[in-house]
Ligand binder design. Sequence first.
Ligand code: HDE
Length: 730
Amino acid sequence: MAKKDAPINSKPVQVENIKTRKLDEFVADGTGEKLTTNHGLKINDDQNSLKAGDRGATLLEDFILREKITHFDHERIPERVVHARGSGAHGIFKAYDNLSALTKAEFLSDPSLETPVFVRFSTVAGSRGSTDLARDVRGFAVKFYTQEGNFDLVGNNMPVFFIQDAIKFPDLIHAVKPEPGNEIPQAASAHDTFWDFISQLPESSHMIMWLMSDRSLPRSYRMMEGFGVHTFRFVNAAGESNFVKFHWKPLLGVHSVAWDEAQNISGKDPDFHRRDLWDAIEAGAFPEWELCVQIIPEEDEFKFDFDLLDPTKLIPEELVPVQRIGKMTLNRNPDNFFAETEQVAFHLGHVVPGIDFTNDPLLQGRLFSYTDTQLIRLGGPNFHEIPINRPVVPVHNNQRDGHMRQTINRGRTSYGPNGIAANDPQQSKASEGGFTSYNERIDARKVRARSSSFLDHFSQARLFLNSQSAAEKNHLTDALCFELGKVKMVSIRERMLGLLAHIDKGLAAAVAYSLGLHVPEIPLSTLNGSIPADADLADYTPIEKEGTLAKSEALSMQSTVKDTVSTRKIAILAADGVDGKSLSKMKDLLVSKGAIVHIIAPKLGEIISSEDQHIQTDESFLTAASVLYDAVYLPGGVNSSASLEAEADAIHFLNEAFKHCKPIAADASAIQVLEACYFFKKLPAEYSEETVLREGVIVSDNASSLSELFVRMVAMHRFWDREVPRKIPA
Ligand code: HDE
């Protein structure tokens, strides 16, 4: 008898921690159980409703049918107004050192503590069912279940934001969401309303550079950075405060895909990032990030030529070093998407003693929004009782009742002070772990205004642009040409060109050329006070202070981690008659280094090697696509090469992989397949290690050096520099 297939969501990896154990109390598993109603009644027939005779009407009496349909009718809850599309995972966090000199947060002060976490990655603009590969910011929200209560670090994969004041958030989101008349386009910023808004919002300049860069097209959630964005405070037991910026650095490095590739992935596998995260965890290749901080002493608050409270600014790592303080490992997939990933409720205001806020006006607005949005999304004030949201420490207070209350509070008192219950539950002194707000001195007038220290909107946009590699700059320029090319109203395109000219005249000219326009002399216009009313707008250029940083290496992905092939997906193209040795040697080496290798052939099932071996194929050219892989290998074998050369889909696969700058390796006897590819004519004739590592294509009859070089090439991820000189149609 055929072995029963393992259920798709079987979980080989079970990681125990205090949160997992607490969640287990709520887990239901129907395996081997009897079917019941919601009230425990065993059901005798779940196939037929109760009718007045075989062919008669359904009876209202059928409480089993009514319960089932009613529950179904109410299964959907409102999706998140932003960040609706997301993927979650469980894990743990461990601090490297004792950080108590800076913060009294216990989970950062005790390296022996293992703090459970739940992380949700997301896109921002698209609906729940939209594609993962939209050009968008990615959410990076982490819930730490600490022994002092939940701490939520609700960040993004970009360190700055579009707006300086929370009051503009609804406008920003209305502008980027699909247009109201026809709900078009889904999960895309390339439309009139978004750029209409942005073109009148100079403060968005820096974030627009990030959004148009490859950072908005991550290769994987596992290969992107995270940022707390705002400046927070660390407070130690003595009540001393330092400003802090939070960063997450992925151990696999920061990598992206090409825009053309992203658009294809959106069709071939809209769940690309979700699947990638899930599969990596199921395979035991646990994604890891280091938590890092930039610490700014209180006395340095005014040392920079930007304001620490301005969320459109980052602190270059050259000015304040990034210290690695701990590591997060995601090691368990959720049991149930809705119960965990959909119902998890993050809130910037969930802090623990030792972590506090600043007066960043964006941060302040967020402090209101998150609980407010859960009230409608999760249906009432008791969303903290949903298993995924419960802290691992006990909850005691005088809050009562409300929809779907789970807790059964004993006793007569639900108020304090009370004499009946001796004032329980009691407040905690600071020395007992009670949260106290940082004792910041405030001496101010009530105003509705913007600080003049927030008005330089262009210096850091330019810093970001200047820090990009040539290939990254090309991508950024192309992204602007694409996005503004999709804008229909010429006046909006022109206003954007005017704005871009304040960042970089060359960039504006390149985009103008593509749009068939000239860069107009349009004065910056803004209604929101983000440009001073009395400024000479046409000449408005930021002052470059002496010593201003020209470049920041950390802003480019070029120098990221490029020393591992772990979890990279490699396609081996093969057909009957393949040289089985050349195939398995390469496959074994790559797999031994943690890569995922798929054999792709003209059909599913198996192929027969030249040595008569039966080799299982993973995909056919119909089910696979080059955009779902990081690199391609062509083993030798005369018959296999002849078949692949004649297979248009195989040639397209290779050409497309080349176009997206992926490494390609071939055994010398498969050269005829490469010769049938468009790109092959474009490669330099002479071959050396140097040309190979520049072009990312290797053909060799020396199996050892071929595989050794190919591994290095895959670790390098992409060969972006060949993109422009070797541009090919594919
Ligand atoms: Fe959010 N944001 N946000 N945001 N945000 C939400 O809360 C909001 C901002 C971020 O996976 C909402 O539970 C305002 C910056 C992430 O569940 C909502 C402002 C950053 C997530 C909300 C901002 C973020 C959200 C929608 C401007 C990066 C997804 C659903 C003041 C630091 C969390 C929800 C998850 C979600 C409001 C700006 C990150 C409406 C008002 C800046 C990662 O409350």
